[in-house]
Design a protein around this ligand. Structure first.
Ligand SMILES: [Zn+2]
Length: 220
């Protein structure tokens, strides 16, 4: 969750006082430029508040999606503000909050608190260990070390770096791997571990990257 580590308890409570505030937050996070049907690309929807569902108004589509789809809150019966509160408490205490403390803080059953913590912990661990880059990615090969020959062909440690960037070129997240060589196979293996299928990859035109377009990626 964005910057919640740096928020105070009072700021957090003011920002997320109820489920409606949480729904607005999830909506903004998923569609920062307004709703866009994931199936047909239509821009309008009905919101079924009692089910938390958004339905595309295109009569040929009527695709339904939920604000919590593809999140740890998917199909939850626990109110959203309790979830965000739990994520907030978890991220503030690096040693890990216990299920007993969480149960008391947010008013859920012990089992509820325990399963929420399991899900939060799993997401945090997998997010920290490998964040998969999506949309537009810039890839570069580089060398780490001092002295010696410069450029491709040197004896320094070889690395491949991928960074997700905004359309304006601003970097967001990056992944780096130390590789044995700057071969097509090394680039492909790094990209498969770091970039979601279908990602658009910007390169400096080096021919070693060409193989990426034979896989699930588009080169730009
Ligand atoms: Zn649609």
């Amino acid at each position: 969750m964005t910057h919640c580590e740096s928020m105070s308890l009072i700021e957090f409570q003011q920002r997320f006082p109820d489920d409606e505030a949480c729904e607005n937050y999830l909506f903004e996070a998923r569609w920062p430029n307004g709703f866009h049907c994931p199936k047909c690309g239509h821009d309008y929807f009905y919101f079924h508040s009692s089910y938390g569902l958004l339905q595309c108004t295109n009569s040929n589509c009527r695709h339904q999606t939920s604000l919590t789809a593809e999140t740890i809150m998917r199909k939850t019966r626990t109110p959203l503000y309790k979830w965000l509160w739990a994520i907030f408490l978890y991220s503030r205490d690096k040693r890990g909050i216990s299920a007993t403390t969480l149960r008391k803080q947010i008013g859920v059953s012990h089992w509820g608190a325990w399963t929420m913590l399991q899900k939060i912990r799993k997401t945090m661990v997998s997010k920290d260990s490998r964040h998969m880059l999506d949309s537009l990615i810039e890839i570069d090969d580089a060398f780490i070390g001092h002295g010696g020959k410069r450029g491709r062909g040197t004896k320094k440690a070889k690395v491949v770096v991928s960074a997700s960037i905004t359309e304006g070129g601003k970097p967001q997240f990056a992944q780096m791997d130390v590789v044995s060589d700057h071969s097509q196979a090394s680039f492909l293996s790094h990209v498969q571990k770091s970039v979601v299928n279908g990602g658009k990859i910007k390169t400096d035109g080096f021919k070693g990257y060409n193989k990426l377009s034979d896989s699930a990626y588009t080169l730009r």
